[in-house]
Structures are given as C-alpha cells and as structure tokens.
Design a protein around this ligand. Sequence first.
Ligand code: X90
Length: 272
Amino acid sequence: MADSSANLFSLEGASFASVPLRIVNEEYEFVDNETLDVQDMVEKLGAYKGKTGTSCPNVADWLEAFGGSEAVFALCITSNLSGAWNAAVQAAREYMADHPERRVCVLDSLSTGPELALIASRLAELSRAGLEFEQIERQIRDYMTTTHLLFMLESVDNLAKNGRCSPVIAKAVGFLGIRIVGRASQEGTLQQLHKCRNERRGMEEVLRELENLGYHGGRVQIAHVFNASAAGKLGAMIRAKWDRAAVEIVPTGGLCSFYAERGGLLIGFEGK
Ligand code: X90
C-alpha cells in the first residue's frame, strides 16, 4: 500500500490499497481518494479566503488499511515533510505485536508522487516474481537508492504557507512565468536547483538534471497538475534525447495537486 501522495489507486497484478491524506480548512474536508473531484477541489480552494492545510493518515487509518493482510509493504511520503511514515511505523509495531506471524515493512520514500508510483510498481514486480518477503525488502531498498524526483513548479504558496518549504524559495516564484526547478533532496526535503524564466528554460534544466542524476533511458513518470500539454512536451523531449526512455504521464491526485499547484510537474525516474 501507499499513501495517496503516490497518485495511485490501483496497481496492475498486485493487491494494492491507497491510504488517503486529507486537505482541510474550516469549510471543507477533501479526502484524497479515488472519488475525489480534484478539479472541483482546486476551484473551491481557489475561491476560499482562509488558510488550508493537510493531514496525514493516523495510526488507526493504517491499521484499518492493513486489515488482515499477512504481508504488507507500506510506502510513505517523505518523513521530513509529513507524519505519515511515523504513524505507519507505529501502526506496524502494534499490528505485528498483535499478530506475530504477520509482516509489515514501512518504507520512507524521502519523496512523493511519481517516485512512489515507480517504487510501488517495482514492488508489484518483485512480489509477482514470487520472492520471499526479506528478499523483496532488500531489493526494494536497493531500487529506492536509484530513483529520484525532480519538480517544476509555478507556485509554492501552499508549501510555504504550511511550512513545507523555505520562504526564500517562496519569494523566488510568483512572478509571471517563473518556474522553480528542484529535486527531492537526499533528506527528503525540497531543494531548489534553478529559477527559470519560462517553461522552455525550465524543461531544459529538467533534462540536464535528469542526466546529472544518472538517468539513462529507464522509466520516467511525469505527474502533472492540470498541465497535460507541458507533461506531453517534456515527455517528447525525454524520448528525443534517450531512445530507450519509457515515459508515463499521469494526473496528480488531491495532495500533490494542492502542494504542486496548478501547472506543476513532478518527474519521478530511474537514475543512479
Ligand atoms: O502530512 C501532511 O499533511 C502532508 C504534507 C505534505 C507536504 C509535501 C507535499 C509535496 C507535494 C510538491 C513538490 C515536490 C516536493 C518534493 C519534496 C520531497 C509535491
């Protein structure tokens, strides 16, 4: 299972559950599940004057998701920006104390969105291959050292207002057309790499950073916040540069749409 920051609600060939985060203010509570109307949420929040925040799944939410499963891999948004991982670790401890024969492995992605989706899909492959739980754990931890996340954002207002990125980064954007290109740091925080004048410049930096992080034509997932056209353009640029590139484009769910904001792109990929 993965929390809903993965923008993933089902996983081919695997038994999968998404555990929702929530987007909340004094007027609304949006549960980030498959039935959430993200467009409607973004419109309502755009018109809402007060402050909006988010909340992660708690211990009870994770326990409910574990259900009666014998073996679980629980994949979480970076523990440096959310309490989701902490709650999952505690839930796993309780679950295994109550049922010593069951196994839960909680994984801190130190990332979000499409990087989680890649990891989840690799987990599905490993489990289909019929490996033992411990072997899957070893292999997935190896794989996670090779995956990365880049982002290209038009606004970081919601991140800054919720104390999830430095005010310095927040000041850099907000001017017309400016894009912030950055990455999930090794500590699982937002790291700004470039401030770009326009979308084209932003994409050129993304291509350079893909290369810097060891991308050599493996899997890439681009998650976009109502920006299929930019995602398509970037995907084409990646395929033009690496002929073995396997590019997948998906829309963001509620949590990533709230924080990456309209126009934003999140790029998860296999590198070094
Ligand atoms: O627990 C909670 O309330 C959730 C808080 C989540 C905060 C971060 C969400 C980031 C979403 C934004 C751009 C990519 C940042 C990558 C940093 C690791 C996407």
